[in-house]
Design a protein around this ligand. Structure first.
Ligand code: ADP
Ligand code: MG
Length: 276
């Protein structure tokens, strides 16, 4: 790999935004693949009952497959459900099956219902540089489990009308979880997705997000790209589907920026890439 600096401890990043269709899953899988291609060991935890992240990574997640449901509800060890992602060395996935749709209710009556994912991650012994958790489009117990398990929240924001709408609710939940359950939790990263620099709207939204959040917003944004949207139907990330595309390069660049921030190295802007 290109050998980006690796974090001293596993960075657990929660990819959340209760709005659907803003690029959570796309960002989770492509950033994870990018971090792995840069030389990291990366685990994607699919916490959305739709299982879109599992599909996009080419991971079998039919109903009988051991999954994150078994981890959360039946206390199965995470190591029993993690699968290696084909074609990307260093990338792993804990898949979601449709069972997970029931977990939101089943968790309610379980002990330590908010911290079951955190416990499972703590008991996982494989060395990892990053864990990326793909959240469902809601703020229920599944997302709360992710917020308790992670230290960093990564919010993808689609450069569209109403981009900031509903974010207040997510930020209040982050504050609540920080105050009661997880003092280390913070919004570390905002990523602008589906950015179309030719439209005034996109640049206005980007300006608004940058003035609202400032330093958390990555300088790299992700362009709207047909290649990005096609890749999941081949069970691939854009990094293997079309490694030279603007979408692939932008996720590699975002991964680089995130990795440098993690070791407090100043990001020096756009970088000409060759895939490792
Ligand atoms: P979420 O997980 O937040 O619901 P997704 O990641 O599933 O959102 O993205 C929603 C839709 O937008 C998907 O069809 C996805 O392929 C598409 N999409 C996401 N990012 C991009 C992009 N940068 N360019 C083009 N299409 C994208
Ligand atoms: Mg999704």
């Amino acid at each position: 790999g290109e050998g980006l600096p690796r974090p001293e401890q596993t960075r657990v990043m929660v990819v959340a935004n209760q709005k659907g269709g803003v690029g959570k899953t796309t960002t989770t899988v492509n950033l994870a693949a990018s971090l792995a291609l840069h030389g990291g060991r990366v685990l994607v935890i699919d916490l959305d009952p739709q299982g879109n992240a599992s599909t996009a990574l080419g991971i079998d997640h039919h109903a009988e497959v051991p999954s994150i449901y078994d981890v959360l509800v039946d206390s199965k060890p995470l190591s029993d459900v993690v699968q290696p992602v084909p074609d990307v060395e260093g990338l792993f996935c804990a898949p979601a099956t449709i069972d997970l749709a029931g977990a939101e209710i089943e968790l309610v009556s379980l002990v330590a219902r908010e911290s079951r994912l955190e416990r499972a991650i703590q008991a996982y012994e494989q060395p990892l540089d990053y864990i990326l958790i793909d959240c469902p489009p809601s703020l229920g117990l599944l997302t709360v489990n992710a917020l308790v398990a992670g230290a960093e929240v990564l919010i993808p924001i689609q450069c569209e009308y109403y981009a900031l709408e509903g974010l207040g609710q997510l930020l209040r939940n982050v504050d609540l979880v920080r105050g009661h359950l997880n003092p280390k939790l913070h919004v570390s990263t905002i990523l602008l997705t589906m950015y179309d620099g030719r439209t005034r709207l996109a640049s206005q939204v980007a300006d608004e997000v940058r003035s609202h959040f400032g330093g958390e917003v990555l300088r790299t944004s992700i362009p709207r790209s047909v290649r990005i949207s096609e890749a999941p139907s081949y069970g691939q990330t854009v990094l293997t589907y079309d490694p030279a595309s603007s979408g692939a390069l932008s996720y590699l660049e975002a991964a680089r920026e995130i990795a440098l921030r993690g070791v407090n190295v100043q990001y020096d802007g756009q970088h000409a890439h060759a895939l490792p």
